[in-house]
Write a protein that binds this ligand. Structure first.
Ligand SMILES: [Mg+2]
Length: 404
């Protein structure tokens, strides 16, 4: 499915322009032999960046799920995620695709399993007696390449809605990025958490920030007390996280771009992050992300799920957050064309028939069986797929990189 951004939006960043054309989403439906149906959000891209570089197509991902993956899991039990994952692994898919296919099946199977058993997904993950928190504080995720004043206005609007945290994506160049955080902190005061999501942008194209520039930038950021710095280096470069952690006191976050739950655990082991961001859509569903979350428990790393897509994905990640040890906080992308929204994405809400219990920046996890929500199947007709990439980048000509 595609949710058009009409008219398309243009966002200027340091060294180019990004065009936003649409948002895509995949809805996965899994039916068991007794007719129980489970749903899952599908992710054909682990981040906007990765989609851009690898050109992953949602249509291709859907074809794969409907053919090889469906054939592989047919006849297996929905309450046996390990067997489902093994069968998909036997297909020998490229790693990222494999993780995303396992994710889709794992989450849909938990939904079906929970519905058949009359048990919410978070209880399937932990058992009834475990320490479960179903009232989850959300931090708002918005802010993408705008004037520093625009970020400040947006953060204030989001604070008005009751959110305790605001995450934004800088990338205006080191000077304007400095001015942005300074303005933001001044505007929202000391109480609000401010998460800086560099989103690998500091390492893109001809205008990459050098390592020393990043260190200097974080040095100045320290004065304004950011909650974390997310993906400040190449996401796969665990050594760069370690080197940066040696040069800054600011907490670092990462993980969304990892290709598997093994990658998430490796980032904790060979890299240095204070916050690990797994996502049920990308890191082998509930099974893989719970593995990563359990790895963080008892270590000096907090697991805070990455979440960016429709409300079905939000609910799935909320079940994970409720169940995962030492985990409470969850990312909430704010869409819409008002000042608080990133850009319009009406499909994000339309995909559910269930109204979510979301107030003052807190989400109560649906307590019904499985994921506890009704999916609105009309969206399949209402949001037909639009071919092509969801976003495009155009770089300025003649820009000279500082190099490294
Ligand atoms: Mg991010």
């Amino acid at each position: 499915m595609s949710s058009p951004i009409d008219p398309p939006q243009e966002r200027r960043f340091y060294g180019g322009v990004r065009r936003l054309l649409k948002r895509d989403a995949v809805l996965v439906r899994l039916e068991t032999a007794d007719g129980t149906v489970g749903f899952a959000p599908g992710g054909a891209s682990s981040s906007a960046m990765r989609e851009y570089f690898e050109g992953a197509s949602h249509g291709g991902f859907v074809d794969l799920l409907e053919s090889d993956v469906a054939d592989a899991v047919a006849g297996a039990d929905a309450d046996d995620p390990t067997e489902l994952a093994t069968r998909i692994r036997d297909l020998g898919l490229p790693r990222l695709l494999e993780s995303q296919a396992i994710s889709a099946v794992d989450v849909a199977a938990h939904d079906a399993w929970g519905k058949a058993a009359g048990t919410p997904a978070y209880e399937l993950l932990t058992g009834e007696t475990a320490d479960i928190s179903t009232s989850l504080p959300l931090y708002a995720s918005a802010g993408m390449y705008m004037e520093p004043e625009g970020y400040a206005e947006q953060a204030a609007a989001i604070r008005e809605r009751g959110f305790g945290g605001y995450k934004y994506r800088p990338g205006l160049g080191p000077d304007e990025d400095r001015r942005t955080l300074r303005l933001l902190r001044k505007r929202v005061g000391d109480e609000m958490d401010l998460m800086v999501d560099a989103h690998t942008w500091w390492k893109i194209g001809e205008c990459s920030y050098t390592f020393d520039e990043i260190v200097a930038l974080l040095d100045d950021f320290g004065e304004h007390d950011p909650y974390w710095i997310e993906e400040p280096v190449e996401p796969g470069d665990h050594g760069a996280y370690t080197r940066l952690a040696e040069r800054t006191d600011l907490p670092l976050a990462g993980g969304e771009s990892e290709e598997s739950s093994e990658g998430l655990i490796a980032l904790v082991e060979d890299g240095r992050v204070d916050f690990l961001q797994g996502d049920v859509r990308h890191h082998e569903g509930f099974t893989g992300t719970m593995r990563a979350a359990r790895h963080c428990a008892g270590r000096d790393v907090r697991f805070v799920p990455h979440n960016f897509g429709t409300n079905l994905g939000l609910v799935a990640n909320a079940h994970l957050t409720a169940a995962a040890p030492e985990t409470r906080l969850l990312e909430y992308p704010v869409f819409g064309d008002d000042v608080a929204g990133m850009y319009p994405f009406p499909l994000a809400e339309a995909i559910l028939d269930t109204d979510l219990d979301l107030e003052n920046g807190t989400l109560d996890v649906p307590e019904g069986p499985g994921l506890g929500v009704e999916v609105n199947l009309d969206v399949v007709e209402e949001y037909p797929e639009i071919e092509g990439p969801w976003t495009e980048f155009e770089y300025d000509e003649g820009v000279i990189s500082d190099g490294e």
